[in-house]
Design a protein. Structure first.
Length: 73
């Protein structure tokens, strides 16, 4: 798996997990302390989040960070 494919799957996974918790992009971005635009671009593989952002997202979703990378589901 190349880097671009990894970020594409990661964005899709974040969106899936967000929607599973019935959160809008706006609400999750607010909980994470990041901009709505930034979160939206993560979900469609335009922005590539760093570790600090991934920690914020996983904490806001109340899941372990490794769950962001469980792409088999």
């Amino acid at each position: 798996m190349d880097e671009n494919e990894l970020y594409k799957l990661l964005g899709r996974r974040i969106k899936f997990l967000r929607e599973a918790q019935h959160l809008t992009q706006e609400k999750l971005a607010e909980k994470c302390g990041i901009s709505l635009d930034y979160l939206g671009k993560i979900e469609v593989n335009i922005n590539k989040p760093g570790l600090k952002t991934l920690i914020k997202i996983s904490n806001s979703l109340d899941i372990p960070i490794k769950s962001l990378f469980e792409f088999d589901n």
